[in-house]
Design a protein around this ligand. Structure first.
Ligand code: 13P
Length: 261
């Protein structure tokens, strides 16, 4: 059976409001066509202010809009935060949590991330949980130890409440910190081992949960086909390359074709 892939464009803060709108309107038909491909799902993740206009532009299409973060609270005196319910009301279908740039710059902990994970699921939004080790941990052979720590709480949450999620996709994005924006990617052998391990951890809940495993970190036109063929990888979380639509489109098409000619 042909593999299906999800391509998530994490625009980070590369675009201001006007640039996001220009990207969406200039490439509107092509983005919609990509999302219409039978084995590709497309999720665009802009900054908060662009979420609502983009959900409106792409309503009644298969293009989904996701957020880059959410609050670990439901309501109250939390200046500057956005709750999962608001994301749902704006038409967002998914939300990135635990990105290493937020873990590092905003001191986000696994406990806060697991609260966000549960709140998103309660509001019918797919979490896109980022996990990954630092370069030092990688060099010390601690990858599985680190990602086990990052994964274990969410696996517990799914184990006691999977039934209520009703098949909602749960994305786990393995994004080694040392690969983000560096041009480096792990070898195929390493990725095979890591994704087989991630799959095994979630296996118990496969029948009731729709786990999707993504790779992120310096994904480009050159490496997407190679990485996309690794067992259990169902897609990519793409930063910089997703801000150039021609390159993003090439990544999508070459991955699903299995070659970049
Ligand atoms: P790059 O694709 O720019 O390396 O970023 C990866 C990332 O952080 C996506 O969330």
């Amino acid at each position: 059976m042909k593999k299906s892939y999800t391509f998530i464009a994490n625009w980070k803060m590369y675009f201001d409001f006007n640039e996001s709108m220009n990207y969406a309107t200039k490439n509107l038909d092509s983005i919609i066509s990509l999302a219409d491909l039978s084995n590709a799902s497309i999720i665009l993740c802009p900054s908060f202010p662009m979420l609502y206009p983009l959900t409106q532009i792409f309503r009644q299409t298969k293009v989904q809009i996701g957020a880059q973060n959410c609050s670990d609270h439901t309501k109250g005196p939390f200046t500057g935060q956005v709750c999962a319910k608001t994301l749902n009301q704006m038409g967002c279908k998914s939300c990135i949590i635990g990105h290493s740039e937020i873990r590092r710059y905003k001191s986000e902990t696994d406990e806060m991330i697991s609260k966000k994970f549960e709140m998103l699921l309660d509001d019918g939004i797919s979490p896109i949980l980022c996990i990954g080790e630092s370069e030092l941990d990688y060099k010390n052979g601690k990858t599985l130890e680190v990602i086990n720590e990052q994964l274990k709480r969410v696996i517990e949450i799914v184990s006691y409440s999977a039934k209520k999620f009703n098949g909602l996709p749960i994305y786990i994005a393995y994004e080694p910190e040392w690969c983000i924006g560096s041009g480096k990617t792990p070898s195929n052998d390493k990725l095979e081992t890591i994704f087989a391990w991630i799959n095994a951890q979630t296996q118990k809940h496969h029948s009731i949960s729709n786990w999707q495993f993504l790779y992120g970190g310096s994904v480009d036109v050159e490496n997407a086909v190679r990485i996309g063929q690794i067992s259990y990888i169902n897609g990519f979380l793409i930063g910089k390359m997703s801000t150039n639509f021609e390159l993003f489109e090439k990544i999508v098409k070459s991955t699903i074709l299995g070659n970049n000619n």
